[in-house]
Design a binder for this molecule. Structure first.
Ligand code: NAP
Length: 248
């Protein structure tokens, strides 16, 4: 039986690359997006071409009703849920904390923290063995920013990813006995659209060239780590924070 995964923010970047790789392994993939339906449809087509099945699932992870509906749609399409990739995330323009307004701060924590917690909660409700699930795996997409702090750029974003690391550590202990492994990847400078959305389209290329490997990473290189953490090859890996940051 094909395994079933929901990937939040799978229309672009790391989420899309993960969907494609899991599709190549025969997974059934819920391709979540917030705004960009055309990109989500393209991801779904790529999953199909790779050999998997896909269903495009709209929803803002920061809205509880959307998150519940996303998981309902996944179960309706594929009959079960085996995994969550908690990937959706945002940045905002670089600035010191002293210049950040409350609207920005609230949205940052709503999407990156509340959204990730709501998705993990729904996954736990449906996968934990003490709630009639069959077990499974969660991979949270954190960031190297959680340990770097991102001073003068976005300490809000960095803090939101610190919360993801802590959630990973706690949930690994809470859900391990229920047959659900919980891990995180912490990407470094990865070449995706997210930098343009923060007003710096060339950020990954410029700063990536100053890292030990002298280049930014690709979405595929992060996806490979996520897929490994979901796989049986990582069956004794639980509560890990896996840096995929080129040694940064
Ligand atoms: P990206 O290319 O900007 O893609 C972001 C994805 O998230 C899109 O699919 C977007 O959907 C979706 N999304 C945004 N807000 C959402 C919401 N409220 N609800 C549902 N989906 C939402 O970003 P990326 O670089 O692939 O980043 C993916 C994850 O990796 C994020 O958590 C990010 O913080 C983390 N990360 C990235 C880097 C990096 O250098 N790229 C480094 C460290 C960590 P739409 O297409 O519909 O807008």
């Amino acid at each position: 039986m094909a395994k079933v995964v929901l990937i939040t923010g799978a229309s672009r970047g790391i989420g899309r690359a993960t969907a494609r790789l899991l599709g190549a392994q025969g997974w059934s993939v819920g391709v979540n997006y917030a705004h960009n339906v055309k990109a989500a449809q393209d991801t779904a087509a790529e999953v199909g071409r790779a050999g998997g099945h896909a269903r495009v699932i709209a929803g803002d992870v920061a809205q509880e009703a959307d998150v519940i509906a996303m998981f309902d749609a996944l179960e309706h399409a594929f009959g079960r849920v085996d995994a969550l990739v908690n990937n959706a995330g945002i940045v905002a323009p670089s600035m010191p904390l002293a210049d950040m307004d409350v609207t920005r701060l609230k949205r940052m924590f709503d999407v990156n923290v509340l959204g990730a917690y709501l998705c993990a909660r729904e996954a736990a409700r449906r996968m934990a063995k003490d709630r009639s699930g069959d077990g499974g795996a969660i991979v949270n997409v954190s960031s190297a920013a959680a340990r770097l702090g991102s001073p003068n750029e976005y300490v809000d974003y960095a803090g939101s990813k610190g919360a993801i690391d802590t959630m990973t550590i706690g949930l690994a202990k809470e859900l391990g006995p229920q047959g659900v492994r919980v891990n995180a990847v912490r990407p470094g400078l990865i070449d995706t659209d997210i930098h343009a959305s923060g007003g710096q389209p060339d950020r990954a290329a410029v700063l990536g060239s100053q890292t030990p490997l002298r280049r930014p990473g690709s979405a595929e290189e992060v996806a490979g780590a996520i897929v490994w953490l979901l796989s049986d090859a990582a069956s004794y890996v639980n509560g890990a924070l896996l840096d995929v940051a080129g040694g940064r």
